[in-house]
Design a protein around this ligand. Sequence first.
Ligand code: FAD
Ligand code: NAG
Ligand code: NAG
Ligand code: NAG
Ligand code: NAG
Ligand code: NAG
Ligand code: NAG
Ligand code: NAG
Length: 627
Amino acid sequence: MAFRFDRGFQLLLVAFSSTQLAVGHPLFNGHVISRSEDLLPAYDYVVVGAGASGLTVANRLSEEPNISVLIIEAGDFDKKEDYVTIPGLAGGAVGTKYDWNTTYIASASIGGRGISIPQGRVVGGSTKLNRMVFDRGSKSDYDGWEALGNKGWNFDGLLPYFKKNEKFSPATKGIKEEYGIKDDVRFRGDKGYMQTTYSPFFWPTTKNFIQATKDLKIPINDQATGNAFGGYFCTHNMDQNYSRSSAEEAYYASAAARPNFHILTGNQVTRILTGSSPDGTVKVTGMEFASAKDASRQSVQVTKEAILAAGALHSPQLLQISGIGDPKLLKSLNVTTVIDLPAVGHNLHDHLNSVVVNILNTTVLTNTLGTNATFAAAARQEYDTQRSGPLTSPSGDFLLFLPLSTYSPASEAIFAQAAAGDPSASLPPDTPPSVAKGYAAQYASLNKKLLAKDSAVLEIIWADGAVVLGLQHPYSRGRLSAASSSIFDAPVADVGFLRNPLDVALLREGVRWARRFAQTPGIGALRPFEVVPGPNVTADADIDAHVRGSVSTLYHPAGTCKMGLRAEGGVVDADLKVYGVDGLRVVDASVMPMLPASHTMTTVYAVAEKAAEIIKRSGGYREMARV
Ligand SMILES: Cc1cc2nc3c(=O)[nH]c(=O)nc-3n(C[C@H](O)[C@H](O)[C@H](O)COP(=O)(O)OP(=O)(O)OC[C@H]3O[C@@H](n4cnc5c(N)ncnc54)[C@H](O)[C@@H]3O)c2cc1C
Ligand SMILES: *[C@@H]1O[C@H](CO)[C@@H](O)[C@H](O)[C@H]1NC(C)=O
Ligand SMILES: *[C@@H]1O[C@H](CO)[C@@H](O)[C@H](O)[C@H]1NC(C)=O
Ligand SMILES: *[C@@H]1O[C@H](CO)[C@@H](O)[C@H](O)[C@H]1NC(C)=O
Ligand SMILES: *[C@@H]1O[C@H](CO)[C@@H](O)[C@H](O)[C@H]1NC(C)=O
Ligand SMILES: *[C@@H]1O[C@H](CO)[C@@H](O)[C@H](O)[C@H]1NC(C)=O
Ligand SMILES: *[C@@H]1O[C@H](CO)[C@@H](O)[C@H](O)[C@H]1NC(C)=O
Ligand SMILES: *[C@@H]1O[C@H](CO)[C@@H](O)[C@H](O)[C@H]1NC(C)=O
């Protein structure tokens, strides 16, 4: 079946399980279905969302020629705009038609501000919008998932899938020698679809950042090995031409020619259709979708499983409006409860950051691209003709991930405060008891991290004199709730930032560290002058006010369909199956019980690679990881 599927061939899908799967179904032009009438009436697997996780799972399932896969994506294909493909312009798709333009609701704990939380709405999902930081968390992060009751979900268990995802290329000789980058290639993959490498150009003040790291005696590690703390050189998802390698280039392009892989774009799944047998078993039967709020609803049958990969804000919304969630919420939405699963949408958390901004006395900074047209034109010319220079770097070529004791002398005191604290201070009102019980276990795990040397509490991103302070293991939790029974109404996302004052304390210590950092010889050479929050902001209360007034998101929402025991607020089990429903899994960032101390994309891919294998095995495909 490995031929290119062109107009003129008959689609001969041999259905092994389903008689509905038509043999000799009328043709459509290729695998991209632009008219929903051209869909098959039924698919073995229907995946919701063509982002990082959805494309990964759909690709791997469609490796089996006798499995039929449909992926439904709300957005369209992009047009390879420069702001999507060129690393130096990464992030430029935020706020365009490729962005859902979602927001976190205003809350008193952050000075009554709402915060915009971009999410990709395009084939490739958020991997088209993101800043291309390609990193893993620490061993302790993933081992913590297993300790919360998820057997096999630990660093060693995920490592084969981190490797399976990537095709790693080392840094250029020049960068390697100049910066002394050492990779332990045993931890990297060389056969995956996701191309990863280091930038061939680092912005000049990266040297100051690295020098300051050494001045402070912070060790430099290799993040791929499970030791993602201290400082590290950071890889990016880009190909050998220094063009973005998104989920589309990686997992769509390599599956597109398969006749059993179909994608319907420009359509939103509006409801998961379920039926129940006389013995009360609830099973997924189909997917309903529509191209617009007022367009007619259509549906396809699902013969094996529906797989949710709509991201941490949309997967729980879809469950809720399909009747799977908290009966109280569903009643308020006029949705009939199919499965009483109150944890759906709870445990929402995200990496949040405050900032200390310094003006530097130096000429070449990343913002020079925006302020100096001559410089920008030369950089563009160099990128276009030689694939080198400033535009090959999405920035973030070196990062710090600091354990609390590395950045604060107050770790013992904060630990004591946490140990004496009440976990419920982190949770929104009316948290169901099962969710609170599961969170209590997370709280204990978070407390341990405050004293651990192998777990980062704060990420430091150095951006033109701005010291971005990213809280990696926030205590606070929020809640995602559908706003109505329509998928076309944006969900209500209460992320809960700084709900628990412990998070303020952890960032306050970060602000103080940023000032010591600015005084190192490495950064001091740039003559930093602090403008935000300003040198007069030194008292605890004043720093706290700055933190509450400044925090924003690092774009890593997760946790809303938590993997865990049902009695502890789990929405999916360790096979990623939704409790109470046959034929339904979630495979995206929603399933992470707790965020790792890293950016999320790489972990999402590893989870999805593992998910695909779990699904294949449960369907009788015995193939093991091709690693
Ligand atoms: C601006 C930004 C910067 C980021 N920077 C980084 C970074 O530098 N490094 C990093 O590691 N991570 C980064 N991330 C995070 C990373 O991109 C995400 O964690 C990851 O893409 C999540 O994968 P996912 O599969 O859960 O969801 P997504 O990749 O967001 O995919 C979800 C898909 O589902 C579709 N969808 C939603 N609802 C429906 C529906 N009802 N029907 C059909 N389709 C639907 C969406 O349109 C989307 O395409 C960033 C994210 C953003 C937004
Ligand atoms: C699918 O095809 C493979 C060989 O390509 C075969 O080994 C497997 O048994 C088939 N699976 C089912 C469920 O029919
Ligand atoms: C997001 O906002 C931008 C700017 O207003 C708009 O052009 C775009 O269409 C919006 N995205 C969606 C999916 O509506
Ligand atoms: C790089 O670009 C060249 C020329 O456009 C192309 O032939 C090649 O396939 C590209 N390589 C990668 C790794 O994308
Ligand atoms: C639910 O239905 C009632 C009665 O029809 C209506 O008044 C209410 O607005 C509906 N609520 C929502 C959220 O749609
Ligand atoms: C900025 O740098 C220039 C050149 O090194 C130097 O002459 C000048 O005194 C510096 N200014 C400040 C405020 O440090
Ligand atoms: C702008 O950039 C060019 C090229 O790098 C440089 O020669 C020039 O001095 C810069 N101009 C300013 C105002 O910094
Ligand atoms: C710090 O100084 C600025 C500018 O003078 C002022 O606006 C601000 O209120 C001061 N903040 C504190 C905490 O004193």
